[in-house]
Design a protein around this ligand. Sequence first.
Ligand code: NZQ
Ligand code: ZN
Length: 392
Amino acid sequence: MKDFEFWTPTKIVFGRDAENRAGSLLKELGAGRVFIVYGGGSAVRSGLMGRVERSLSGAGIAYELFGGVRPNPYLEFAEEGAEKARAFGADAVLAVGGGSAIDTAKGIAHGVANPDKAMWDMWTGAAPIERSIPVGAVLTIPAAGSEMSDSAVLTNRALGIKRGVNTPKNRPAFAIMNPALAATLPREQLAYGACDILMHTLDRYFTHTKGNPLTDAFAESLLTVAMDAGAKVYDDPNNYDAMSDLMWCSSVSHNGLTGLGAVLDFGPHRLGHELSARYDVPHGVSLTAVWRAWAEYVCPEEPARFARFARKVFGVSEPDDVKAAKQGVERQTAYFRRLNMPVGLGGMGAGLVTPEDIAFMAERATANGPVGNFKKIYFEDAKAIYTAANQA
Ligand code: NZQ
Ligand code: ZN
C-alpha cells in the first residue's frame, strides 16, 4: 500500500423523499441565496423541481433557476451560469440532476468565487482553484459519482477538448440521494450509468500496487454488487432495492475508497474522453467502446492481476493465469453486451471512425504525456488501442 490522504466531506442524505431536505441542508451551510442548476427538463417534468423549490422556500431561501445543461456539458455554459450566479449574489449552488448538472454547478461555484480567473485556466491547472462556494446535489441518476467526487469534467467546445479537473474544492457539501428518483430514467441511460460506475472502480483496480487487501476487497465487492444491481434495474427501473444498491455504488466507486493506497490507472477514461469530445457520444458509451481493446493491450503487463479479477469478480476457476485473465476480460465484455453497450467503436452509433480520426484522438489523449499506469499509454499505444477497438 502506498501513502494516501482520504477526505470525503460530503454529507449523504439517502432514501425516499430525501429531496425535501434540500432547504434545511442549505440552511445548515448558512446559504441564503441559492443558484439551482439543472439539465434538459427531466427534473421539472417529474415534479422533482417543484418539491425542491418548495423545500427551499420553506427554509426561507431565495433562489434562481438555471436550466439547460446538456450531457457532456460545456465550459461556455458554465461560464454563462457563473456570470448569472454572481449577478444574483449566490452564496451556494444546488445541482439537480446527474454528472452533467453537478459538474456545471461545480464550475459555476468556482467561477463565482474566482471572478478574476478564466474558467478554462482553472481546468488546465494554469490558475489553481483555491476557493469556491458550497455545492449541494440532488442526484437523479446513478452514474458519474460527481456527487461525492473531487472531479469535474467540462468540454471546451472552441478547442474540442473534454477535460476533468481534480481538486478537494470539487467535493460537494452534501448529496441527496433518493433512489426512487431514478425510476424515470430511460433504459439506455441506466446502462450508461452502470458501466460508468464499474469503470470508476476498474480504472482504479488495474494497478501493480501490492499489499492492499482492504482496497482490493472493496473494489471487488463493489464490482460484484454494481453488476448485479445494474442488470436488475436495467430489467426493471422500479426495483427500488436494486436502484438503492446501484446509487450507493455510484458514489462509493468514485469517492476514492476503491483505489485508496494504490497507483491509479484511468487510461480508459482518458481514451474515452477523446471519443466524447470528437463524437459527442455519452460518457458510458465512450468507456465500454474502448475497454476490451485496452484490457487486451495492457493485460500482458501483469496477467496475474487480471486473473485475480476473473476469479474474485466472476468466479472463474481456471488455474492458469493467462487463460483466466482472458476469461475475465470476456466475462466483463459479455456483461457490457448484456446491457446493450458497445464493445468497440463501431457500436457507438457515431459513423465511420477513420485512421485519421484515430491518429487525431491518440495525439490529443497523449498530448500532455502518457496516460494510464498499468501500462503507460503513449501515442503509438493509444493508436493501437483505438485501432483494435475499431475492428471489434
Ligand atoms: O438533462 P435531463 O433532462 O435531466 O436528462 C438527463 C440527461 O439527458 C437524463 N436524466 C438524468 N436523470 C434522469 C434523467 N432522465 C429521466 N429521469 C431521471 N431521473 O439523463 C441524461 C444524462 O444525464 P447526465 O447528467 O449527463 O448523466 P451522468 O450522470 O452520466 O453524467 C455524465 C457526465 O459526467 C461526467 C461525464 O464525462 C459526463 O460529462 N463525469 C463526471 C465525473 C465526475 N465529476 O466525477 C466522473 C465521470 O468519470 C464522468 O467523466
Ligand atoms: Zn466516468
